[in-house]
Design a protein around this ligand. Structure first.
Ligand SMILES: NC(=O)c1ccc[n+]([C@@H]2O[C@H](COP(=O)([O-])OP(=O)(O)OC[C@H]3O[C@@H](n4cnc5c(N)ncnc54)[C@H](O)[C@@H]3O)[C@@H](O)[C@H]2O)c1
Length: 268
């Protein structure tokens, strides 16, 4: 018996990257998982690789009716929905189209908010009645450390992720008493295909800058989704959990500094 046995989960943006890794982790814990993505062939392929507990739906997160159909399809296939993981986001193209306030087109800003933020709101709105009727559920939203500070680029992305973090609080406050817990993950850099393709030297930079031994992988996030979706997290509601190897905690000492017990300042 896995900790998610008998549970039905929907993972959006699950054709590749963190979503695909998370779907695999959830299947490993015994859940039946529906993977949604705009890349139809790829999401079908990913679901097939995960075996009988997984199936795919092609949908467009920018389109309200398509998101609603995605949730409806989960209910049609499984009769219930216990876990909604809002993970889909515009990523690869954002590296060039989503830059500064002056250089980012308003149409791109609107599309980013529609896909990254509004689609999760629509999915939650459609899923909640089913979760409540089924006795409860767990919603896990996907933000980013980009939600917490400004930066030189990715302005629409960062604003959309701040919205995701706040949406988490509202869902938690309004539906916790229906036994629907809503939480959010804010990852630091995770070495998915789109990051490796678009951020040269990211692996070396992550290892050099992080106070940890390696950069993040999709399963690091998937494991936290599984935890938040499970009864192990029964008393956690409305939280934004940073999963970044300590990147936002502070910078490590230089690589050539030997740290030994008792090597700190001598007390006066
Ligand atoms: N990789 C990182 O370093 C990192 C860091 C912080 C947060 N995140 C977040 O984690 C999530 C996954 O990131 P990733 O690196 O795996 O990215 P990814 O691009 O590999 O995955 C995102 C998925 O969303 C899908 N998608 C995009 N537009 C869609 C649409 N209109 N309708 C349906 N599906 C659509 C894509 O096809 C893709 O499969 C995103 O929400 C991202 O913002 C990633």
């Amino acid at each position: 018996m896995g900790k998610l046995s008998g549970k039905v989960a929907l993972v959006t943006g699950a054709a590749a990257g963190i979503g695909a890794a998370t779907a695999e982790v959830l299947v490993g814990h015994g859940a039946q998982v529906v993977l949604g993505d705009i890349r139809g062939d790829l999401v079908e392929e990913t679901a097939k690789r995960l075996g009988d507990a997984a199936s795919a739906v092609t949908y467009d997160a920018a389109d309200t009716a398509s998101v609603e159909h995605l949730v409806d399809e989960v209910i049609a296939r499984h009769g219930r929905l216990d876990v909604l993981h809002n993970n889909a986001a515009i990523t690869a193209q954002a590296w060039t189209r989503d830059t500064t306030v002056l250089d980012t087109e308003l149409d791109w800003f609107d599309l980013t908010l529609r896909v990254n933020l509004r689609s999760g709101y629509v999915a939650a709105k459609r899923a909640l009645p089913h979760m409540i009727a089924g006795g409860g559920g767990a919603i896990v939203n996907m933000a980013s450390i980009a939600a917490f500070s400004g930066g030189p680029t990715l302005v629409a992305y960062g604003i959309s992720k701040a919205g995701v973090a706040t949406m988490t609080k509202y869902l938690a406050a309004q539906y916790g008493r229906h036994n629907v817990r809503t939480n959010c993950i804010a990852p630091g850099a995770v070495l998915t295909e789109q990051v490796l393709e678009n951020v040269p030297g990211v692996t070396e930079a992550a290892v050099a800058q992080l106070p940890y031994t390696r950069a993040g992988q999709g399963t690091d996030i998937g494991n936290v989704v599984a935890f938040l979706a499970s009864e192990d997290a029964a008393y956690i509601n409305g939280q934004v959990i940073t999963v970044d190897g300590g990147g936002t905690a502070g910078t490590p000492p230089p690589a050539d500094t030997a740290i030994q017990a008792g090597s700190g300042p001598v007390p006066a």
